[in-house]
Design a protein around this ligand. Sequence first.
Ligand code: ADP
Ligand code: MG
Length: 385
Amino acid sequence: KNNVVAARKKLSLVEMEKNGNRIMVFVRVRPIGKKEKETGSRCCVKIVNRRDVYLTEFASPEDYLRLKRIRGGHFTFDACFPDSATQQEVYSISTSELVEAVLQGKNGSVFCYGATGAGKTYTMLGTMESPGVMVLAIKDLFSKIRTRSCDGTHVVHLSYLEVYNETVRDLISPGRPLVLREDKQGIVAAGLTQYQAYSTDEVMALLQQGNRNRTTEPTRANETSSRSHAVLQVVVEYRVRDAAMNIVHRVGKLSLIDLAGSERALATDQRTLRSLEGANINRSLLALSSCINALVEGKKHIPYRNSKLTQLLKDSLGGTCNTVMIANISPSNLSFGETQNTLHWADRAKEIRTKATDANEDLLPISGTEIDQAKLVLELQKENR
Ligand code: ADP
Ligand code: MG
């Protein structure tokens, strides 16, 4: 009987692999900033062979005495992008396959993860001159649709929303918070604008406007949106008549997510509104990693209901969905602790996938509960001190 269970487990993993239910993990280092240069900060990140990233702390003798040891690490990912990588390279290597899958009626999601200032928004949205993954994905989608327009009709709908402090807001037509409701198609944000898009320029303008609508922090006006998650959902509907003149209908959805800064993934001690917000972001980020863990472990129960973000992404994570994580890091030694934190998490996400596809039983010793993850964050934070 045990053999049957084992065989079944193995089969479901093969299925999962076939369906592409795995997490691809990438790391992108941004160029060193002007301010960082001026304050004499040094580069503490090195990328080798496009797959390996080394983190080393250039400690001064005093630092060394204080820290007793030189901290750092070596990690390997599906790909690592150095500061010279172009937006197009990042898009092509990380996301273009997902766009193809969406056209086949599958769902996909891309997450940018990392501390505030690490380059998440640059990677996702970019600038007018160097558009990021969100814009390049839509551009690619349009051009792929154009070449296939003879065999059916495609309609592309966009929605862009934010989750801030466990509140959902429309970024295209900002207004009152949106209520999440369950309907036939799953969880929907009631009243969310579905924007029918035609050109890339239009999309870029729309997203930039949307980003200006993201909640900024009252106390850190120059650091926008570090606690808000921005989610762009691109739904591609495809209709064609088959030989018997029946209408074939296919829907694929791509979710592109600019996550909140990971530096405050755990609530601080202060019993203020700030810490409440921190706790909620913690909730969304932790809930996200719990869901990903549970999915990769092949668990029956996936804890989507634990946060607004995971409720919204329910159909973008499970099933036949492809998931991509892009971990953004700064090269500066001033961000050493945050970078180490980000790389640890990214490394963990990668390991989960590898174990899940290679082994056939007793897949993961990790429980995947939020408490365990909270403990892990605490440990990592201690390590970084
Ligand atoms: P985050 O969204 O993670 O807080 P940003 O994307 O806003 O960080 O990046 C912080 C700053 O660094 C911005 O001024 C951005 O333009 C710049 N930046 C980030 N990544 C790159 C990159 N790959 N190339 C050039 N500039 C970048
Ligand atoms: Mg940002």
